[in-house]
Structure formats: structure tokens, C-alpha cells
Design a protein around this ligand. Structure first.
Ligand code: HEM
Ligand SMILES: *[C@@H]1O[C@H](CO)[C@@H](O)[C@H](O)[C@H]1NC(C)=O
Ligand SMILES: *[C@@H]1O[C@H](CO)[C@@H](O)[C@H](O)[C@H]1NC(C)=O
Ligand SMILES: *[C@@H]1O[C@H](CO)[C@@H](O)[C@H](O)[C@H]1NC(C)=O
Length: 381
């Protein structure tokens, strides 16, 4: 169960779906069933399958050039790695359908802060703070971390010390995107795990829900991502939810650019705004209240996020603004009209994101547990 999830939150989510039904949009308003493909490994149940202990093989060097990622990286050293990750994620997603969104978001945060190196997974200790401290403020879901712990346990039994936590996050994100209806894209392997994790970096490196499109473009292009990739990746908000504080300024005491008070952000569909005002009214007392990012098909990876933006149904101001800015609007329209175009571009952008700032070869390490460095906590000087 999602640790922050309360009965109030679940109720609010339901109310919102009901509110969505009242909107003019023709789409089905019920939460659709999560699309889950047949289990990859026969015998998959609700519990993660602990694979039989195989012959223990030593960690192997990269298959391709030294230091390069390769799709075959574990083909000798841990051939079942991908199947094990798929199986564990499958059962976790079935038990808790918020897993896919949680893992995908954790992966994005990992990659944007010091590269895809599992730095986001390091737990703070008494001696040393980590990204986790800042990430708690970004309310990353505990479910995602739990899913990674389970995968790592299974992989350490199968082939100890071989599969990096960074590769686990990359493969887990892909399998969950596919499982919820999204595209399957290539993922190369051989990422190494970081030896550091900064508690202050996330607040600088990650986009905030109150950013302007200018800010977003600056942040993404500074990391080598195009405007098109920014829009395509934002389509990840077809899954999951956001807490009221992330969009409350659109609902209460809203002022337009000239300072004139308004009942709510006029770029938001009025039915949605009124629904959210009701749902979020106690959010300061109960910060767990949340709403689906894609109120039409919240559990399905599809292009509905972009269709929503055209109808004023974007939840975060950064979402809706993608439809209002002339640099991003044509892309929103393209993805709303053509789901194949969205899936193609999202897949390519995810592949690129998954290789952003990776450590390979002799850099970093392969962690034995994903939440701690192998050398243990750093002692105070
Ligand atoms: C473009 C700038 C982005 C901004 C400003 C942004 C902001 C946010 C915020 C504020 C939340 C809600 C967090 C909460 O209340 O718990 C959220 C959720 C989420 N974000 Fe983003 N995000 C951005 C891009 C991305 C990208 C590129 C991805 C992945 C490729 C992503 C994946 C997600 C997912 C899956 C969720 C739902 C998480 C859950 O349900 O647990 N976001 N985002
Ligand atoms: C997270 O939020 C808490 C409480 O608002 C604050 O004390 C702490 O400094 C924040 N941490 C970071 C890294 O921003
Ligand atoms: C945006 O929100 C963050 C906290 O999420 C806050 O620190 C910052 O001041 C806000 N920026 C603007 C421009 O409102
Ligand atoms: C949708 O996008 C795909 C991929 O870019 C393209 O091949 C196809 O022709 C597009 N379909 C339409 C109807 O525009």
C-alpha cells in the first residue's frame, strides 16, 4: 500500500473521476483496467518470485567497447536479469497500480540529477545526507523504492554483485511503461551506480510545477534535451497523480499576470477547477490529498494527457502551459492527434534519458543493496 495513501485520498481520487465524467469530454471516465501482459515467467503470482539460485558467476566486463553501454551487457553474467525484473515489477504493479508511475518518476529524477546512476536510491544516514532528503520533499512514492528493493533481492540471489541499481531502474521503467499500455523502446545496459548523492542537487536540477515554459526549456536544453523531447517526456504525466500543493495556486487566491483576482486559473476547464477546489479544500490539513495527472485514463499509458491539455484539463500549470506556448503547442497538438507519433517520440526520448550522464566501465560501483554504498556510510571527518 502506498505509504502516504489515506482513505481520504482514495475518496478524492474517486470524486475526481466522477467530476471528470461530468466534463464534456467523450472519453471513458472510469479508471480503466491496467493492461498487464501475461507473466513473463510461468508461475508469477502476487508475491515476487525468488528465482532459483543459479551458478554464481563473477561480474563481467562490458560486452562492447570498454565503458560503453550494450543491450547484451548481462547476456553472459546474468541472462535472466530482465525477466526477473519484469516478473517482480509485474506482481508489484498488480498488487499496487501506482507502482508504474512511481518508478517512472523516480527514474526521471535519478537521471536528471547527476545522471542515471541510482543516486536517488541512496538513503540518508546519521552521518550523511543524500538526494533522498530533498526527494522526500518531492514526495517520491515509497512503492517505487520498495519495488527496487524486491528486484535487487531476487537478482542478488540469481547473480550476486552483477546487476547495477541504475540498470534496474532503467529496465523497470521500461517494463512498467509497456505493461500499462505504452511503447517498448531499446535500453542499453552497463550503467554503474554512483558513489555520491547530493541532498541539495534535486531542487536545482529538477523542474518544479510552477516553472514557466521558458524555465522548462532552459532546464531541458541545458541537459541536451530538445523542446520536442521535453514535450514527449512530459507525456509521462499520463500516469500517476500529484498532490494538491503542486497545483493549489491555480485553484485558490489565483491572480492573473496583472494581479487581478480570479476564482481560479482561467486556463483550467471550469468543471475541473470546481471539482479540484472541492477535493483539495483541506489539503493544508491533509497534505496526502492528490488528484490524477490524467483524469480521463489515469492508469493507462496513452496520449490522453495531450488531449486533456487541449481541453484545459491539465493538472499542473507546467502541463497546461505546454498547450499555451507557441513553441510547444504544435507538439501537444501532434501528440494529441497521433498516438503513434507520441509513442515513437516518447520511446526515443526515454532511450536518450536513460543514457544521460551514465557511469560505465571502472566508474562507480555495482551496489549490493540499492540504498547504500558498498563501503558503507561515510563517517564524519
Ligand atoms: C516537464 C517538467 C516536469 C514537471 C514540472 C514535473 C512535475 C511533477 C510534479 C509536481 C508531480 C507530482 C508529484 C507529487 O505531488 O507527488 C509529478 C508527478 C509525476 N511525474 Fe513529473 N514533472 C515533469 C516531468 C516529468 C518527466 C520527464 C517524467 C518522466 C519521464 C515525469 C514523470 C512523472 C510521473 C510518472 C508522475 C506521477 C508520480 C506518481 O504518481 O507517483 N515527470 N511531476
Ligand atoms: C524538506 O522540507 C523540510 C520541511 O519543509 C525542510 O526542513 C528541509 O530543509 C527540506 N529539505 C530540502 C533538502 O529541501
Ligand atoms: C516555485 O516553488 C518552489 C517550491 O516548490 C519555491 O521554492 C519557489 O520559490 C517557487 N518559484 C516561483 C517562481 O514561484
Ligand atoms: C502518425 O505518426 C506516425 C509516426 O510519426 C506517422 O508515420 C503517421 O503517418 C502519422 N499518422 C497520421 C494520421 O498523421
Amino acid at each position: 500500500m502506498y505509504p502516504h495513501e489515506t482513505p481520504a485520498m482514495r475518496l478524492s481520487l474517486l470524486l475526481l473521476v466522477a467530476a471528470a465524467a461530468a466534463l464534456s469530454a467523450p472519453a471513458a471516465a472510469q479508471m480503466p483496467p491496467i493492461i498487464v501482459p501475461p507473466p513473463v515467467i510461468v508461475g508469477g503470482g502476487q508475491q515476487p518470485q525468488v528465482p532459483p539460485v543459479g551458478i554464481q558467476q563473477p561480474a563481467q566486463p562490458a560486452a562492447g567497447a570498454p565503458g560503453a553501454l550494450s543491450p547484451e551487457f548481462y547476456s553472459q553474467s546474468c541472462p535472466r536479469a530482465e525477466r526477473i525484473i519484469a516478473e517482480v515489477m509485474q506482481s508489484k504493479q498488480m498488487a499496487n497500480p501506482t507502482t508504474a508511475a512511481g518508478v517512472l518518476r523516480v527514474f526521471f529524477h535519478d537521471c536528471f540529477v547527476s545522471g542515471c546512476d541510482a543516486s536517488v536510491l541512496i538513503a540518508s544516514t546519521q552521518f550523511e545526507k543524500s538526494e533522498h532528503d530533498a526527494e522526500i520533499n518531492h514526495s517520491l512514492p515509497g512503492d517505487a523504492f520498495d519495488a527496487v528493493v524486491r528486484v535487487k533481492l531476487a537478482l542478488e540471489l540469481e547473480c550476486p554483485g552483477v546487476v547495477s541499481c541504475a540498470d534496474i531502474l532503467a529496465l523497470a521503467s521500461r517494463v512498467l511503461v509497456t505493461m500499462t499500455g505504452g511503447p517498448r523502446y531499446p535500453i542499453s545496459l552497463g550503467r554503474r551506480d554512483s558513489l555520491s548523492s547530493s541532498p541539495t542537487a534535486p531542487d536545482v536540477e529538477l523542474p518544479h510545477a510552477n516553472y514557466t515554459v521558458d524555465h522548462l526549456i532552459q532546464l531541458f536544453t541545458a541537459k541536451g534535451f530538445t523542446v520536442q523531447e521535453l514535450v514527449a517526456l512530459s507525456g509521462a504525466h499520463t500516469l500517476g497523480f500529484s498532490h494538491c500543493k503542486e497545483f493549489a495556486d491555480r485553484l485558490y487566491s489565483f491572480r492573473d499576470k496583472g494581479g487581478k483576482p480570479e476564482a481560479f486559473d482561467p486556463t483550467m476547464n471550469p468543471s475541473l477547477a470546481k471539482g479540484l477546489q472541492a477535493v483539495c479544500k483541506d489539503y493544508l490539513k491533509d497534505p496526502t490529498i492528490a488528484a490524477f495527472n490524467d483524469i480521463m485514463t489515469p492508469g493507462k499509458f496513452d496520449n490522453m494527457y495531450f488531449v486533456n491539455l487541449e481541453r484545459g484539463l491539465g493538472l499542473l500549470s507546467t502541463d497546461e502551459e505546454l498547450f499555451l506556448d507557441p513553441r510547444t503547442k504544435p507538439l501537444v497538438e501532434r501528440y494529441a492527434a497521433n498516438s503513434t507519433a507520441f509513442f515513437d517520440d516518447f520511446g526515443r526520448a526515454m532511450e536518450k534519458l536513460s543514457e544521460y550522464g551514465v557511469k560505465t566501465g571502472a566508474q562507480g560501483e555495482v551496489r549490493r543493496r540499492c540504498d547504500a554504498y558498498n563501503h558503507g556510510p561515510v563517517m564524519p571527518k
